[in-house]
Design a protein. Sequence first.
Length: 499
Amino acid sequence: MHWLFGDQLGPHFLRPSRDGGLSRDTPLLMIEARSVLRRRRFHRAKAHLVLSAMRHRAAELGDRVTYVRAETYREGLELGARDKRVTVHHPTSHAAVRLVRSLPRVTMGPARGFLVPMDDFTAWADDHGGRRLRQEDFYRWVRQGHDLLMDGDAPAGGRWNHDHDNRQPPPRDASALPVPGPYRPREDEIDEEVRADLDRWERHGDVSFVGRDGPRLFPASRAEARAALRRFVEHRLAAFGPYEDAMLAADPVMSHSLLSSSLNLGLLDPAECVERAEAAWRAGEAPLNSVEGFVRQVAGWREYVWQLYWYFGEEYRRSNVLRHTAALPGWWDDLDGDAVRARCLRTVLAQVRDTGWTHHIPRLMVLGGYALQRGWDPAAVTDWFHRCFVDGYDWVMVPNVVGMSQYADGGRMTTKPYTSGGSYINRMSDLCGRCAYRPGDRTGEHACPYTAGYWFFLDRHRSRLEHNHRTARAVRGLDRLADLAVLRRQERTRGDAPP
């Protein structure tokens, strides 16, 4: 038998393997393990999406699959496979790999669902000394190796990087981008069954969730995922690039693809996504800067994060060079946006509560930036992102949060901490206009918690950041703050109260 995990749901996971272990008629096994939902307090919409996607895939596979509902994976394997030998593709977490390796009759093959084989990345990383593994270098290597947006040996359009064109603030006086909305699926009887099961398990106290589970917003089948990809490329990709870093309070999706959950469930192959986007550019249907920005996210950042998760090893998740140990406050853990006065954080936290999703800039600069400034335990922040986002998996969140968002690795992934004062949020969004705080105020009644938090963060970590060429100038700015003593007292007394 061949065992499919719940994030290995697309047809590329069933292509026959070269060693003959998986053929077109190999019996399949899928296991829905209740223990997964008991381990963490997941977002309700995420639990719904994963179970719906698994059950939709099982319905498509019909008699070929044995679908087992069990307490644990071990129990499900005993019930579904009995004494048969089982193959499985390399899972997507260290914990799952440990489990597979502990099972005597299970043979693990290479990972699927990514562009770069692990051994190829290891050779590339070792060739770079294992230290300066910058995303830009890796991205160019992937582009060349897979002939993505290339004109011969040169990048299409003569430039590798179009970030300069892709960092515009939102259009002035606009509450939403003038683009068609994203693809939205329609729920069916499988979704009804999933919702009834989740309701029952919650009533019985078996599991506990956070967030809201309204109508399902993200694809749960291959057909839905392909429709979402098609709609993005044909109607939304052209506007993606310029505003990919912008935020609008009333338009949380902007022109983003919303394909991350489909990619991470395995419903879409990253190759088909980037090839479809490139074809749109070559057909004159989307500008190069937008296509390059999308390709960078899928073939660059997503691949880079996946590979670093394995290359850095399991100890990486415990990185904490800034020695941040504060616990997450209850209002944050409960996604209680209504308790927050700061409009940017209130808006974004409510988006996560209501949908289990927000795009990469609110994640990095609003949510991650606040956690970094407050000195919260990076492992707890990582777990929170894993639990609360529909596209959150261990391999996604450990590098993204530990390495980039919380700078807990001291710069192995990024050259500086990604946090800012309120001026950045004010420039890149409409979130500051009707806020109780003023982005230019560091102290006093209207002090922006991000502006005050930014300077307090620099002050606490001055000895480390003054030697970083990306942050040294900002650190020197502390000496020009006449109200630094007042700011220190103000921030030390802030505590865990919502801003």
